[in-house]
Design a binder for this molecule. Structure first.
Ligand SMILES: [Zn+2]
Length: 172
């Protein structure tokens, strides 16, 4: 239970941060937030058991203090793309990153030019640009605006991640 996190949304549904499940319960019990999603986990005290929210929404709007820049790295590109090959949609253990415009053609290592790719697609594409390789991207790669995904804590239950997804997409 200590490792569980809840996603906190602003009153406008904008994702703000993750907080400990315990803190989320406190915000609910104080009436400062409302619960939006549950996934079956419970928070137990000596005398009671509460459904643990995976997503809460603040009742009052707060000004976002700052936006953290997500650093560009292979790991974060794979996270942005959910470890899914951006050419064939495949997922697998051997996920690589691919420069959409190849480096030998002055393609840069940027959020907009690097995507997750499975080994097969990476080999198939080689050093060719997309049109010559006859391949296309599932979606245009962008710099994530909201880097919450990059701090998703380890050991997070899949059911938690699923309940967060709809609030985090659109903020990628
Ligand atoms: Zn692929």
């Amino acid at each position: 239970m200590e490792h569980l996190r809840s996603l906190v949304l602003n009153s406008t549904y904008e994702p703000l941060q993750f907080t400990s499940a315990r803190r989320a319960m406190v915000l609910l019990l104080m009436g400062k937030a409302e619960a939006l999603e549950f996934d079956g986990f419970h928070f137990r005290t000596c005398t009671a058991s509460y459904r643990l929210p995976t997503v809460i929404k603040l009742r009052r709007f707060i000004n976002r203090p700052y936006r953290t820049q997500v650093s560009f790295s292979k790991k974060n590109v794979l996270r942005r793309d959910s470890h899914t090959c951006q050419y064939c949609g495949g997922t697998g253990r051997e996920m690589t990153i691919d420069h959409v415009i190849p480096r030998c053609r002055q393609g840069e290592s940027t959020w907009e030019n690097v995507v997750a790719a499975c080994r097969e697609c990476n080999l198939k594409k080689g050093n060719r640009p997309l049109n010559l390789a006859g391949m296309r991207l599932l979606r245009p790669p962008r710099k994530p605006k909201n880097l919450l995904f990059s701090i998703t804590p380890a050991n997070t239950p899949q059911s938690h991640v699923r309940s967060w997804t709809k609030y985090l997409t659109g903020n990628r």
